[in-house]
Design a protein. Structure first.
Lengths: 165, 418
């Protein structure tokens, strides 16, 4: 799978209140949530972001609450993938469980600038910066997580286990 | 193995597990609230499961936007109620019988030592104080566990945090954990288990232990945990309605990091906006004026916390430029506080004394901040916009500092008002 898109950059410790503020959690409708995605980190973000864009951030992306509304809002806003130096652990599980592709990379967040065009080779684990002509390594995805992705997320994976235990 | 590894191994039906391994383990309790359960219910229905794995092991607690603050919140709460009825859930807590989830479950003896608990709420790590493995997950994880009674885990590496020496006056579990997060950072324990021990922990009451484990997530940890002891036994024994088990870390346990803290050097600590790791001694912040004080939440809404705040407020008045909101975390605590005359103390001081709810902790209702307003709260997060307007500010503190700040109208330590 190759993902290609334009980058929006964010810093370290982007928390779930910044990704989708709690004041909007009286709904779980993805389209409602998408209207406020990243709003407390960047007021204009929901109106600027376009389908197929990418988020590249620093360390500990998604820290804070367990709200699945965070990766859901990101996905519903049309963002294809998130690349970060590291992810907070509940956000990491949630992203895999709901099928939002995320990639951990030590070097990519330093090399990529806002507006750059990048291409992610999800199977090979390489992130290419088309604008700058650079390439960065992403951490390999653990086999179990690959199994989850291949099954189509945790619910599909669970369904299979229920029907053929 | 560490206590965390042992509990995971037992629930995975294994002799041994080691850090980094991915395992599938049986869960004792699955928890969700009025924000996370609606998604869990929808996902559960997609699994095609005919029934939940165990009707007495799924706790649904509407506590965030309750008593239902608006129509949307009411619709979400109705989903929980309908599901609880349809599947005959034994652990559904209606408004009037509920409490903030992480205060309620230990109090009611629903989570117990040796348990493996997952909750679709990040502060599920609270129950580590009882010697349980408990961790926050997403709604989809909760949904899968509701169907199968199992969940996947990556066995975390453990770090050990040792607290020795005597605590300074008014310093409690909140200060220890804020100080620790200040030292290691908001990702200082990312993916790890934080095991707390030492003489200061041994003499720390259960309320303070719950506060510490509650905030393990604020350092990025998977779980916080304390090896059970006499304090645990005294807390759990009268509450438990089923069997429980005490585990401890073996001689062979390995830790990726061991840190020691001399408690005599830990001051009353405040986390400044907008990260829990942004800590300063409370004493250095006396120029910070305050619009609102909140005492409550799963971090510090227990009876001991309400008592501590009352001790400082008693016979005094909340500063004219400040409002104070006190929210006992459960109905039981609310009732106990009434019987002890604590409610009266706050009301006479000019404070709000409210029915249990998460309310202002997440900027939901019952005390949302306006633009530019500043609060001292006994809660656990001070991210941008956490308690209201994106340009408002939250300072995290213990109940005594919060109460002293309410009297002074600025950040203050208890000695300044007593
Ligand atoms: S009191 Fe605050 S931190 Fe605790 S469960 Fe409620 S919203 Fe979450």
């Amino acid at each position: 799978m190759i993902l290609k898109g334009k980058v929006w950059k964010f810093g370290d410790n982007i928390d779930t209140d910044a990704i989708i503020p709690a004041r909007y959690l009286n709904t779980s409708d993805p389209h409602e949530l998408a209207k406020h995605v990243m709003e407390d980190a960047d007021r204009e973000f929901p109106s600027k972001v376009g389908a197929g864009d990418m988020i590249v951030a620093g360390a500990n992306f998604g820290c804070g609450s367990s709200r699945e509304h965070a990766p859901i809002a990101i996905r519903a806003a049309g963002i294809q993938a998130v690349v970060a130096k590291s992810f907070a652990r509940i956000f990491y599980r949630n992203a895999f469980n709901i099928g939002l592709p995320i990639f951990e990379s030590e070097e990519a967040p330093g090399g990529i600038r806002e507006g750059d065009e990048i291409e992610i080779d999800a199977d090979g684990g390489a992130i290419r910066n088309i604008t700058k002509g650079e390439e960065y390594a992403a951490k390999p995805i653990p086999p179990f997580m690959q199994e989850l992705i291949a099954a189509g997320g945790l619910i599909e994976w669970t369904k299979k286990r229920i029907t053929s235990p | 193995m560490t206590i965390t590894e042992q509990i995971l191994a037992v629930h995975a039906g294994r002799e041994q597990v080691s850090p980094g391994e991915l395992i599938n383990a049986k869960v004792d309790i699955v928890l969700a609230n009025d924000i996370t359960a609606p998604i869990a219910i929808r996902e559960f229905e997609k699994t095609g499961a005919a029934d939940v794995f165990d009707r007495d092991r799924i706790a649904f607690i509407p506590d965030h936007f309750t008593p239902q603050k608006d129509i949307r919140a009411a619709e979400q709460c109705r989903m929980l109620r309908d599901f609880a009825r349809d599947y005959n859930l034994g652990l559904y807590f209606e408004v009037g019988r509920m409490g903030v989830e992480h205060a309620l479950l230990p109090e009611q003896g629903i989570v117990l030592p040796g348990d493996l608990v997952i909750g679709a709420d990040s502060h599920t790590c609270t129950y580590g104080a009882l010697g349980a493995f408990s961790t926050g997950v997403g709604s989809t994880d909760a949904a899968a566990a509701m169907a199968t009674g199992e969940c996947w885990f990556r066995v975390p590496e453990s770090m050990k945090l040792i607290y020795y020496g005597k605590l300074n006056r008014w310093v409690g579990g909140k200060d220890l954990i804020l100080h620790t997060i200040g030292a290691i950072g908001v990702d200082g324990a990312l993916y790890r288990a934080m095991e707390f021990e030492g003489e200061a922990i041994s003499s720390l009451p259960m309320a303070g232990r719950l506060t510490m484990c509650n905030m393990a997530i604020e350092a990025g940890a998977k779980n916080g945990i304390i090896v059970p002891d006499r304090v645990t036994e005294e807390y759990v024994k009268p509450r438990a309605k089923r069997r429980y088990a005490f585990y401890s870390s073996g001689e062979d346990a390995t830790y990726v990091d061991v840190r020691e803290y001399d408690c005599s050097k830990i001051p009353l600590t405040v986390s400044c906006p907008h990260l829990p790791s942004n800590t300063r001694p409370a004493e250095e912040l006396s120029s910070v004026a305050i619009d609102q004080v909140v005492v409550g939440s799963c971090t510090n809404g227990r009876l001991e916390d309400i008592r501590e705040a009352a001790e400082i407020i008693k016979g005094r008045k909340v500063h004219p430029d400040t409002r104070m909101i006190v929210i006992p975390a459960t109905q039981q605590i609310y009732l106990d506080a009434l019987k002890e005359g604590l409610a009266e103390i706050f009301i006479e001081a000019g404070a709000v004394f409210s029915t249990p709810t998460c309310g202002p902790c997440l900027g939901g209702h019952m005390g949302v901040l306006a633009k530019g307003e500043r609060a001292v709260a006994t809660t656990n997060r001070n991210f941008t916009g956490r308690m209201g307007h994106p340009e408002s500010e939250v300072y995290l503190a213990n109940p005594a500092v919060a109460a002293a700040s309410a009297v002074k109208g600025r950040i203050a330590v208890p000695e300044e008002v007593l």
